[in-house]
Design a protein around this ligand. Structure first.
Ligand code: SF4
Length: 895
């Protein structure tokens, strides 16, 4: 079947032959022109051809005006000053105004594009409010208005109404003053410029023919121009109204957005759709999916064309920008030129700063106070910060020659935004405090997209819904076709009520829905193979509803629709983490000479993770946020505090006696002292005797908890007094022979103690403190400890403590009298429980001496190590994907 573009090409060719130089083809956007050129070239069959001129509707209007359409930032800033002056509301900050400013601007734009009588429209709006008729405002809008005016101290309803009224009654004055001021400076917003042109007395249309293609809905200004060209008998309108329902339609529901995006992989491979190149399109109703879609493309695809707006807020350059601002604002220490490590580490760890050369890296640490600009004696803080940010973004872009195209484009867009803001700051238009400035920057970034353009007639087409206009495909996958995305952004947010908009011919919600309805059906009409996916989850803000147009298609047509559900866990092949081939180095003689129990636990948890951590030596970034205490640091502080306490309490032979233990328990200051020292040494990184850091709020709470836990521990140990401590933080190791290789295995024991008496006999306990609340599960046998499925039951605690117990049992040094040794996991939070015993149990029986289990345990341990060393086995990803959820290597595995 002929596409719309092919039909158009044929008509043009038949009518004008090879010379189309006096023909203008007006498309809603530029994209279709390349397809038309290709179609014309095919018709020309190799003979040279004068292409028509391609004009967008915007270019057509701008051609007839001397005004320049100003960018959104400038327009809102200018509108803000007019708004303040006219209403007298000068205590509203620009960032609070920004969203409203955009809304007001959109109203002015729409009013002008529909050539409505502004004076009448705003008079009616005021009259409506005088009648106290604000019922058209939804609850949300009313809330938003309240938040807008929340700077006013008196928020009583009558006062609020008064403020609203004042604003409504000034809208026309704001409109006229704003337009006048823009015009004086040779500027305009789009609607203003369009209206000027539509109202112009004379316009000369230079082409012999104007083809208007793909305009399903027009505003008054466009109609005026079309009429004027039509009067000169130069206009042709090409509607695309062919009714060709698709033969195959599939609806796919998925529980997440990401799962839909990943489905792209399977969809392209299915029936070899990818082989049809530019005739295959992946359309995103929500452009936030772009990154995941790109990552999900199968390896078979060599050419892709992406034409869509990519949300700037998702680019890494934006997170760099935010980190730099934090560094220069909250990250500066009181010492000049010094920065808090927490912030410097964040910036240094950012993927884009790796591009900077060592010389240029210094720019990051420049003191913004020292920044100056030629021609300006004084610069305010915002100007200095903006210049600083620009310098770094520019340098990262210049040094990052190997950065991908999207990152480069993002740098460029950010630089442009900063330049715009700097100009406004320098000319006095943007005078705000630093907090407002930051929020404003975030708002602007959030509303900016990076245009992503490729060579449109090659490869799989990936695009947003607007880019599909005028184009036809053989295969279409429309992603995220949920109510809310299709139709998109259709809401009533406006200063002008719906009834007034309708009465004065302005754009209404129905019009906007109609436009999307057209896009939807237009996309389907010449396509035989259509797949539509939607998110069926009702979590968060998702409604889980498919688009109303999908429902309509089901209800109003008899097109057979296949319905499929993607299930959680039924993920696509390409994102399942792949097994990793074992490197020779892993099994070479002499390697793996030392093994820790925690590395064995990692292997049991996930072999791929073991590969990342133990073979590639990748480390999770450490969190330097000293305000927060993660579990690891919390545990370290407790361990250290208890070590300090016991070193103090025990006598010179290591004995712990009840009286001294009791005295310590009663001495609050002493206990607090152990904890403070542990905080200093483990967290504040200072040596004992140094200055005590001031605790932050969360640290004060953690300190209290650790003091309580230490007391619990001492109270629990009181029951076993007298006992002897044979070692604290004791390093143990032992050789283990596996086949023809010998490996050393070992680690640190929290505490080794000897309990009992002469009558009952003595037992050595290998004690491992645990500060968490979740205890280990039950192990029915030694085999259970080595079963990877039991990791979630903390079989790794068993593995470690039992292994250390075996080492101690056989150590002449630690156990010269060959005493029985028992493994003990001491969950400090549980010690208050009646009859609590930390001794480990197997099949419900407390271990009396590890010797009894040694044979089986060592046999399985040797088997496990042999498996790790077996070169014929790959490192396999865990089949339990719930473990991937908090894994630091998720991204590397493509999850
Ligand atoms: S993400 Fe999953 S498969 Fe990959 S290393 Fe982590 S746990 Fe293993």
């Amino acid at each position: 079947m002929q596409t719309y573009i092919e039909e158009l090409a044929q008509e043009l060719y038949q009518r004008f032959g090879n010379d189309l130089s006096k023909v203008a083809v007006v498309f809603p956007n530029k994209r279709a022109s390349l397809f038309l050129n290709e179609a014309l070239a095919k018709l020309g069959n190799g003979t040279p051809l004068w292409s028509p001129s391609y004009i967008t509707i915007s270019e057509l209007f701008r051609h007839y005006s001397n005004l320049e359409v100003a960018d959104q930032i400038l327009l809102v800033c200018r509108l803000y000053t007019v708004f303040q002056r006219v209403t007298g509301y000068d205590n509203e900050t620009l960032d609070r105004f920004y969203g409203w400013g955009q809304l007001l601007l959109a109203d002015f734009d729409d009013l002008d594009k529909n050539m409505a009588d502004a004076e009448k429209v705003f008079q009616v709006v005021t009259d409506l409010h005088q009648l106290d008729n604000d019922e058209y405002l939804s609850g949300k809008q009313r809330e938003a208005l309240k938040s807008f005016f929340k700077n006013f101290t008196d928020d009583s309803t009558s006062k609020m109404r008064e403020k609203f009224m004042h604003l409504w009654s000034r809208l026309h004055e704001i409109y006229t003053t704003f337009r006048e001021e823009l015009r004086n400076d040779g500027l305009a917003y789009e609607g203003m410029l369009y209206r000027d042109v539509a109202e112009a007395k004379s316009l000369s249309f230079d082409y012999d023919a104007y083809y208007f293609c793909g305009f399903n809905w027009t505003q008054k200004v466009e109609q005026r121009i079309f009429d004027r060209i039509n009067l000169e008998r130069k206009a042709t309108f090409k509607w695309d109204d062919k009714e060709c329902p698709p033969k195959s339609v599939t609806y796919i529901s998925a529980p997440t957005e990401t799962m839909q995006a990943r489905y792209v992989h399977d969809w392209l491979l299915e029936n070899d759709r990818y082989k049809d190149g530019a005739k295959t399109a992946v359309v995103m109703a929500d452009e936030h999916l772009l990154q995941t879609v790109i990552r999900s493309l199968p390896d078979e695809i060599t050419k892709v064309n992406i034409t869509t707006g990519y949300p700037l807020s998702q680019s890494p350059a934006v997170s760099l920008l935010q980190m730099l601002i934090e560094l220069q604002t909250v990250g500066r220490t009181s010492t000049a030129g010094q920065f808090n490590k927490r912030y410097t580490k964040k910036v240094e760890g950012h993927p884009t700063t790796k591009y900077l050369t060592d010389e240029h890296r210094k720019l990051i640490y420049q003191n913004t106070d020292d920044i100056c600009l030629e021609g300006y004696d004084i610069l305010n803080t915002n100007a200095k910060l903006t210049i600083y940010l620009q310098n770094i973004i520019k340098q990262v872009a210049q040094d990052g020659t190997e950065a991908n195209a999207l990152d480069k484009e993002s740098f460029f867009r950010i630089y442009q935004i900063l330049q715009r803001l700097l100009t406004l700051i320098l000319d006095g238009t943007l005078i705000v405090d630093i907090v407002t400035y930051r929020r404003l920057l975030v708002q602007i970034i959030n509303s900016t997209t990076v245009p992503y353009h490729g060579e449109p007639i090659e490869g799989i087409q990936i695009m947003g819904i607007l880019e599909t206009r005028c184009l036809d495909f053989d295969h279409v996958l429309l992603l995220s076709c949920n109510e809310g995305n299709m139709p998109k952004g259709v809401n009533d947010s406006s200063f002008i009520p719906h009834t007034v908009r309708k009465a004065y011919g302005m754009t209404t919600v129905e019009n906007k829905v109609g436009i999307y309805e057209y896009y939807f059906h237009r996309l389907l009409q010449r396509t035989n193979d259509v797949t539509l996916t939607y998110n069926s989850s009702t979590e968060g803000i998702n409604t889980g509803e498919m688009s109303r147009f999908m429902l309509q298609l089901m209800a109003e047509t008899d097109i057979p629709i296949r319905r499929v559900s993607l299930q959680a866990g039924q993920d696509n092949q390409h994102i399942t983490p792949k097994a990793v081939r074992k490197p020779q180095a892993c099994t070479a003689p002499g390697t793996m000479s030392y093994i820790s129990p925690s590395s064995l636990s990692t292997y049991l948890r996930c072999q791929v993770r073991y590969h990342y951590e133990q073979i590639l030596k990748l480390r999770e970034p450490e969190d330097d946020d000293i305000d927060e205490l993660d579990n690891r640091i919390f545990g370290n502080i407790f361990h250290h505090a208890s070590e300090l306490a016991y070193k103090d309490i025990m006598d010179d032979k290591g004995f712990i006696h009840a009286p001294i233990l009791k005295r310590t328990l009663e001495d609050e200051r002493k206990i607090a002292g152990y904890v403070d020292t542990a905080f200093r040494e483990e967290l504040f990184m200072k040596q004992a005797g140094g200055e005590t850091e001031k605790y932050t709020g969360i640290q004060i709470i953690n300190r209290r908890v650790i003091i309580r836990l230490l007391k619990d521990l001492l109270r629990h140990d009181l029951q076993n007094t007298p006992f002897r401590i044979a070692g604290l933080e004791l390093k143990v190791s032992a050789p283990l022979t596996i086949g023809d290789t010998c490996v050393t295995i070992g680690g640190y024991i929290d505490r080794l103690d000897i309990i009992g008496n002469e009558h009952q006999g003595y037992t050595i306990r290998v004690v491992d403190y645990k500060t968490g609340f979740r205890e280990q599960g039950e192990m029915g046998s030694i085999d259970d400890i080595f079963d990877p499925a039991n990791i979630s039951k903390h079989s790794d605690y068993f593995l470690q403590t039992m292994l250390y117990s075996i080492i101690v049992r056989n150590s002449k040094e630690a156990n010269p009298d060959s005493l029985p040794v028992v493994p003990a996991l001491l969950f400090v939070q549980r010690t208050r429980r009646e009859g609590y015993s930390p001794i480990l149990e197997i099949a419900g029986n407390p271990i009396k001496d590890i010797k009894e289990l040694e044979h089986d345990f060592v046999g399985l341990l040797a088997q496990l190590i042999a498996e790790i060393r077996d070169n014929n086995r790959d490192f396999r990803p865990t089949p339990d994907t719930s473990r991937c959820q908090y894994c630091p290597f998720r991204q590397m595995c493509g999850i």
